[in-house]
Design a protein around this ligand. Sequence first.
Ligand code: SF4
Ligand code: SF4
Ligand code: FES
Length: 229
Amino acid sequence: MNIKIDGIRVDIPEGFTLLEAAKFLGIEIPTLCWHEGLSAWGGCRLCVVEIGEGERKKMVTSCTYPVEEGIVVHTASEKVVKSRKMILELLIAQCPTSRTLQDLASKMGVIQVRFDPKWENCIYCGLCVRICNEQMMARAIGFVNRGNKLEISTPFDKNSEDCRKCGGCIYICPACTLRCQGINQDNVLCNACYNSLQPTCISNEDNYNCWMGLKNECGTCSKEESKNI
Ligand code: SF4
Ligand code: SF4
Ligand code: FES
């Protein structure tokens, strides 16, 4: 497939996504719900790009959109950059404590969050569900309910017998692996770790969404942490 991406013409094998094509060219597109080795889901929309030209341009998620013969792709147009920043603002408002999101904000130049913080512990990226289903073959957790009642849980909210206590869901979760310590009620943007040689936050896993039962029940938490339980 011959495609044009940010003005560069390149041949990309059929079946590749626009994100993979961009990666092949060394063009960086921010991602959040995408992870190598897991199926693409297209949930967070952080990886949006514009395709087409003139009046017929439209936004698509690059992690799910397949390359097409002759397609023209803009990965960093003004509209794309603005959209990504707004999406990230919404995600940070949802879960300000996520260091992954805070680092992305620093990297992408997000300097404000115009939405009221919700202080949730999940951004519904679905990574935990996919790693559990696709890599651990456990299917121990999944999405339940819809709309503002949406959550990730085990069947009937009980400790799942299918859980292998592998810790994959915790490892991959952008909301619970590292907690940002530099925010407060008045300012939900931190901008410290990514911009500083000495990160202010170290691994802090208290109060995370652990699907494995009580904290350290499975032995995945660090020994240092477990002393304080
Ligand atoms: S710890 Fe349990 S719920 Fe989490 S990925 Fe592993 S099997 Fe799935
Ligand atoms: S618990 Fe974490 S990995 Fe799972 S959907 Fe929420 S933010 Fe994503
Ligand atoms: S990374 Fe593509 S939609 Fe989330």
